[in-house]
Design a protein around this ligand. Structure first.
Ligand SMILES: [Zn+2]
Ligand SMILES: [Zn+2]
Length: 760
């Protein structure tokens, strides 16, 4: 008999971990205690060495789904008396400082079974949950995380729920949002005019029948409202587009289960695992060949965003006969997602034919997450519901100072650090919209309070006009916190490094639409060499004049015009003389090295799209048009200037024009265009390696949402002996930028305070 001290670090509080340990201890007949500590839990146990070791070895594989175990330290042979029993010691002074809050998690199998079992006291109850599932982040008003500080404060527990809550043997032990039909929230239906029509099961029945008949229904979810309608009737989806004024952006679809998703899309085992996982993001799936055309009313490209039901209400809504519904965020042109009952009824008047709502308030908006599946795991385009506010660990050290990183502007996010944890915000949106900006500012305060963080540095982009920069500056002045500005693509590079726990220096391919460079021009097709400390611009893309500035971002045929012009190809645009005069004088033609612009220009040049309905549409459609079997390439030329190696695309453009003129297919030419970029990048990296001796390449920036590139470029680089890294835990687009800003600031602070500068 001996005693073991076991320290478990990670997300192990508020996720049903102590009841789990309680069960495991009983199974192994051990005695002792467990208590919460600032970084996890601590156990002291008496038992035979062999039994204790077995106990420890079983913890990781059997831990509850929401627990994240970072590491377990075990010490045997402690001096001891004898424990008489096993107890859970409560530490009254548990520091809130280190509380971690779980994301919102989809209904678990146990709750699902109960909900569908006649006679269960929660039979068909749409708010069933337990410690392993249900709402968390979206219902929390404040810390400490207990019922009184959540949306559930309005619903005192009935005796039956209360008994479960206090029973360590019960799955609902300390489940703050626990409820039942007697004591909990309820669902109701309102017609298009906001008149209450029905409650409970009748409300769900009405919504189901209206949906089947082709109506558009607003449905209250976890982090906001969705607009739902049949996915299989083109006219209905078109009507929704018309009412929502969403002409071209793809709709996400919720399918009843994976089998229903397989009817529409190809689903690999890895994709099925992410779809069916506890976080339930929207997963971009390849449409089945036979449906590529017929599903165009949902998505104009080759993929369709699919998710599975994640709340009990969704499950009841689908029943066993609705296979797929369009489920799009209910918001009006670029404003944040609607999340309150009254405002939704008001704002969606004339858009929704009815409302399936409930009286459990959403405290915090949180949009659905969106990802592809790459190398067997999520590759984020939007990291939000189901993931936020789970921190990304960027350092093993817990004594680091805190920083606030304010992100970019269009795909805004922010990041607060505490010790080695980085807390990234949910999807915020485009700050140029006023309501989005106030949402962003509110969330910064909310996160600071929730995680009790006082930043010692505020970091923002170099761009003086970004509203995130303005916010950062204001906060810095008001609160007397020093400000640090970080170049956009340097932050992308650092984001990918922090994401992959890299230190030192790397070659960074950072490709996106726009970011302000250190020389005052617009960058975006960058090959950088550097690390957290500093960077230099090794290579880029020959700057493209944007005719009319920002107008060229929407009217992408202007970019095509500029490309043809530079490559001395014939331009027959009705505005040709006007554009040529602008190009000649350079007036209102800012230069951009943005990779996104090169994609736009190529898309317009190949006749795929003349004008972009949403950001990145040119690139998305070009990717969708490409013949994946084609491995041809256009000529690659270089131009060296100011110690920077520019990809000179003029020869490529001339070849593309010539072959398009000769009648070659858009499919082949689109593929050749992207193949050219892949080989160009490889050559650029090779030169950077010769120059720097570096062998690691990080890929970051919105252009790498393109899976055609992501399936080819890393392969080619690896064949060439490079180690290649892409973003894994945060988005590769500007949403992931705040992580890089934070990592750079931490490095800087570490050096100033003379602690080792490493952030890993
Ligand atoms: Zn559950
Ligand atoms: Zn109850």
């Amino acid at each position: 008999m001996e005693r073991a001290l076991i320290k478990i670090h990670g997300i192990v509080q508020g996720v049903g971990f102590r009841p789990f340990i309680h069960r495991l201890v009983r199974e192994h007949d051990l005695k002792g205690f467990i208590k919460n500590t600032s970084s996890g839990v601590e156990l002291e146990l008496d038992g035979e060495r062999e039994v204790l070791e077995r106990f420890v070895s079983e913890i990781p594989s059997r831990a509850p789904g929401l627990a994240v175990i970072e590491n377990i330290e075990t010490e045997y042979g402690l001096e001891c008396g004898r424990f008489e029993n096993f107890e859970i010691r409560s530490s009254k002074r548990e520091a809130f400082r280190n509380t971690l809050i779980s994301p919102d998690i989809c209904i678990c199998d146990d709750c699902l079974r109960e909900m569908l079992t006649p006679g269960d006291r929660r039979y068909r109850y749409p708010f069933i949950n337990c410690t392993n599932c249900g709402p968390r982040f979206t219902i929390i008003k404040d810390i400490p995380y207990d019922r009184a500080k959540t949306s559930m404060s309005d619903f005192p527990m009935c005796p039956a729920c209360n008994a479960e809550y206090h029973d360590i043997e019960n799955r609902r032990y300390h489940a703050q949002p626990d409820a039942c039909p007697v004591c909990g929230p309820h669902v109701f239906f309102m017609d298009g005019e906001g008149r209450a029509c029905a409650n409970g099961d009748d409300a769900i029945a009405i919504a189901r029948s209206l949906l089947r008949k082709g109506s558009i229904i607003a449905v209250k979810g976890l982090g906001g409202m969705h607009l739902a309608c049949r996915a299989d009737v083109e006219a209905v989806a078109r009507l929704l587009r018309k009412r929502k004024q969403r002409d071209e952006k793809p709709f996400a679809v919720m399918c009843r289960n994976v089998e229903c998703a397989r009817i529409l899309c190809e689903v690999s085992p890895e994709e099925a695992a992410v779809l069916e996982g506890i976080r339930r993001p929207i997963v971009l799936l390849r449409k089945r060949k036979e449906y590529e055309e017929t599903l165009r009313h949902l998505s104009e490209n080759r993929c369709l965003g699919v998710m599975l039901p994640y709340t009990p209400l969704h499950v009841l809504l689908f029943g066993d006969d609705i296979d797929a519904l369009v489920m799009t965020s209910a918001n009006l042109s670029d404003t944040p997602i609607l999340y309150q009952n009254e405002e939704a009824v008001r704002a969606l008047h004339g858009i929704a034919d009815g409302f399936l709502l409930h009286n459990r308030d959403i405290q915090t908006r949180c949009d659905d997450s969106l990802c592809s599946v790459l190398d067997g795991r999520e590759y984020f385009l939007r990291r939000s519901r189901g993931y936020v506010p789970q921190p990304v660990r960027i350092s093993k050290r817990d004594d680091l100072p805190s920083v606030l990183a304010c992100g970019a502007e269009q795909k805004a996010s922010f990041c607060l650090t505490r010790g080695g944890h980085a807390f990234l915000s949910q999807h915020i949106g485009d700050l140029k919209n006023f309501e989005t900006l106030s949402f962003y500012r509110n969330q910064i305060s909310h996160f600071r309070r929730l995680f009790d963080i006082v930043p010692q540095r505020i970091v923002c982009d170099l761009h003086p006009d970004y509203l995130s920069t303005e916010t950062a500056r204001e906060m810095s002045e008001e609160q007397h916190i020093p400000l640090l500005q970080v170049q956009h693509h340097h932050a992308h590079l650092a984001s990918c490094m922090a994401d992959n726990a890299l230190t030192g220096e790397v070659i960074g391919l950072t490709w996106d639409g726009t970011g302000l460079g250190t020389d005052g021009t617009i960058w975006g097709g960058e090959c950088l060499i550097g690390g957290f400390e500093t960077f230099r611009r090794f290579g880029s893309v020959l700057p493209i004049p944007l005719i009319g500035g920002d107008r060229a971002v929407k009217e992408i045929d202007r970019v095509a015009f500029a490309l043809r012009h530079a490559a001395s190809c014939k331009n027959d645009d009705e505005n040709a003389s006007h554009y040529e005069a602008m190009l000649a004088s350079g007036v209102n033609c800012p230069l951009s090295s943005g990779m996104g612009r090169l994609f736009d220009g190529a898309a317009a040049l190949l006749g795929i799209k003349k004008s972009a309905g949403y950001e990145g549409q040119g690139a998305v459609l070009l990717e969708a048009a490409a013949d994946e079997a084609e491995d041809g390439c256009f000529p690659i030329e270089w131009l060296e200037e100011n110690n920077t190696l520019f990809f000179d695309w003029r020869a490529m453009v001339a070849a593309m024009e010539q072959r398009a003129g000769a009648g070659e297919s858009t499919a082949v030419l689109s593929a050749c265009f992207m193949n050219t970029l892949v080989r160009m990048a490889e050559q650029q990296c090779r030169r950077a390696r010769e120059c720097s001796g570096l062998n690691r390449v990080v890929l970051s920036g919105g252009s790498f949402q393109n899976l055609y590139l992501m399936k080819r470029l890393p392969v080619l680089l690896r064949e060439d002996g490079f180690e290649v890294y892409h973003q894994k835990r945060v988005s590769c687009n500007d949403e992931g930028l705040s992580l890089g800003q934070a990592a750079i600031a931490l490095h800087r602070l570490g050096k100033e305070t003379n602690v080792s500068g490493s952030t890993t």
